[in-house]
Ligand binder design. Structure first.
Ligand code: BES
Ligand code: MN
Ligand code: ZN
Length: 509
């Protein structure tokens, strides 16, 4: 059906691996064309900068956090002073941000090098190296299909460190590369136009990138979805000429320390369906309504390389949401995978419909925690803006693990209450529930809808409707579709500890 399938490669950034490594200052002098030198606020800079604090100050550079000053040289790489501010300790978030500011300050330099400061690190040198690698690679990524871009493609990154630290730092650099590459895959997918990246194409991408990363990939087509009784995904798909796909990914280490299910919303394009969206800016962004699915796929490609000890099963629920003669009608009733019936009162509340089937499927096998991630509600964008995601769940340990993971990777996630009295807003007079809550607390009623399908399993829902899109770049964050959640899910899976059963509050209601 897709008539333009050869137009664009949906995942261009996976085609070239950018070499990253560790080396001496001498190597950087020879092999790099820009070298970052961190400078603390009000402190004397290291000798490599070839000037002192007074010299920097006369050029307007004081060492404020994120400030950069490019100093050209007759030979050797340009030096870039990067202000660290006056932190007590440099943590991963600061290191990542500073590296990103450096990479953005020299957009046409292709071979970058960055020094590890010899003091004031609140993290290990490996963690520092990981963070700066992430920062540089993520800041220089761009999705672009035209002739000119606003930066040169990065050719290499060298982290400068003394020989005796090279091995430890090299491990950090490698982890940073793996995470950044996964994240860039997620960003490519989220930015790829919806006509190019159909559900069928998404499944092909999963089949391409999954197996080399140690994932078993299963693709379910329309007939198989009918067989499984996935009425939510099929209902949303009814208006589209593109067929749906459910993609199941399995990462299965030996003797797993826990079992996680990840469910991603893969609405490849959300027009609203019969409840058509207005042609405004937010509608124009709806190619990114599959960011949850992108983040699940992208994060899972990094698990084996990072030595994740938990088993992870991912479900990507992929379809367009389109209006047409065959589309879902308001008032239609869908029967979901677990037998629950849903009266559709707004076809634009489609995310919860496609997620429901996968949540039900996830409960059908042993699982210690289910985490779903979705661009689910405009209300979440209103609540938190574009840099914070919402989380709700029936298990405080799972919610807390997500919150902490978000802190570590600087993808912040804040909890909203799963206020069960609001569940009555979803009551239907002809079915088990409707897909529409009232006008207020839309993120909460959406989560309460999802909870109907997790059968009391420890579960948390991450709403990334706000964070899936950014109007302007900031540090390592890109403009446009962000792929938000990729680092969050990686960190969550790596640190996963099996929770006790669902909270008693949840069990009681
Ligand atoms: N994909 C949207 C949510 C969204 C809105 C994401 C804005 C990013 C920016 C979702 O499918 C949707 O349309 N939700 C509706 C639900 C409502 C009809 C109950 C919403 O939030 O308006
Ligand atoms: Mn919608
Ligand atoms: Zn949607």
């Amino acid at each position: 059906m897709n008539t333009t399938r050869d137009d664009f490669d949906p995942i261009p950034s996976t085609r070239h691996r950018i070499p990253v490594g560790v080396g001496s200052l001498k190597q950087a002098e020879e092999a790099a064309d820009a070298l970052a030198v961190p400078v603390a606020l009000g402190k004397e800079p290291p000798d490599e900068l070839g000037t002192d604090a007074a010299g920097l100050a006369s050029a307007g550079f004081t060492g404020e956090r994120g400030q950069t000053l490019v100093r050209t040289r007759e030979n050797g790489p340009v030096r870039v002073a990067v202000g660290t501010g006056a932190p007590e300790r440099i943590d991963a978030t600061l290191a990542r941000d500073l590296a990103a500011e450096f990479a953005r300050a020299v957009p046409w330099h292709k071979r970058l090098a960055i020094e590890v400061p010899s003091r004031d690190l609140g993290i290990s040198r490996a963690e520092f190296a990981q963070a700066v690698t992430e920062g540089v690679l993520l800041a220089r990524w761009r999705y672009f299909v035209g002739k000119d871009a606003d930066r040169a493609p990065l050719e290499s990154l060298l982290v400068v460190a003394p020989d005796e630290d090279a091995e430890e730092i090299g491990r950090g650099v490698e982890r940073g590369r793996i995470i950044a590459e996964a994240y860039c895959l997620g960003r490519d997918l989220a930015n790829c136009p919806a006509t190019t990246l159909s559900a069928v194409r998404m499944a092909e991408v999963a089949q391409e990138v999954g197996p080399p990363a140690g994932l078993v990939v299963e693709v379910f087509d329309k007939d198989q979805l009918i067989e499984l009784g996935c009425g939510g995904l099929l209902g949303v798909n009814r208006g589209s000429v593109e067929p749906p796909r459910m993609i199941r990914l399995r990462y299965q280490p030996e003797n797993p320390t826990g079992r996680i299910a990840l469910v991603g919303k893969g609405v490849m394009y959300d027009s609203g369906g019969i409840s058509l969206k207005p042609s405004d800016e937010s509608h124009a962004q709806m190619k990114n309504d599959m960011t949850g699915a992108a983040a699940v796929l992208a994060s899972m490609t990094a698990l084996q390389a990072l030595g994740c000890t938990a088993a992870v099963t991912g479900y990507l629920m992929c379809t367009d949401n389109m209006p047409s003669g065959s589309a879902m009608k308001l008032g239609d009733v869908l029967r979901m995978r677990n037998g629950t019936t849903v009266e559709v009162l707004n076809t634009d509340a489609e995310g919860r419909l496609v997620m429901a089937d996968a949540l039900a499927l996830a409960t059908e096998e042993p699982v210690d925690a289910i985490v779903d991630i979705a661009t689910l509600t405009g209300a979440c964008l209103r609540t938190f803006g574009v840099e914070i995601a919402g989380v709700m769940g029936n298990n405080s340990a799972v919610v807390e693990q997500l919150r902490r993971a978000g802190d570590v990777v600087d993808e912040p996630v804040w909890e909203l209450p799963l206020h069960r009295p609001y569940r009555s807003q979803l009551d239907s007079s002809i079915a088990d529930l409707t897909n529409m809550g009232g006008v207020n607390a839309g993120s909460i009623t959406a989560a309460l809808f999802l909870e109907e399908f997790v059968d009391g399993r420890p579960w948390a829902h991450v709403d990334i409707a706000g964070t899936a899109q950014l109007p302007a770049p900031r540090t390592w964050r890109n403009k446009g579709a962000t792929g938000f959640g990729t680092k969050l899910l990686i960190e969550f899976a790596l640190g996963f500890a099996r929770p006790a059963d669902a909270d008693s509050a949840a069990a009681a209601s």
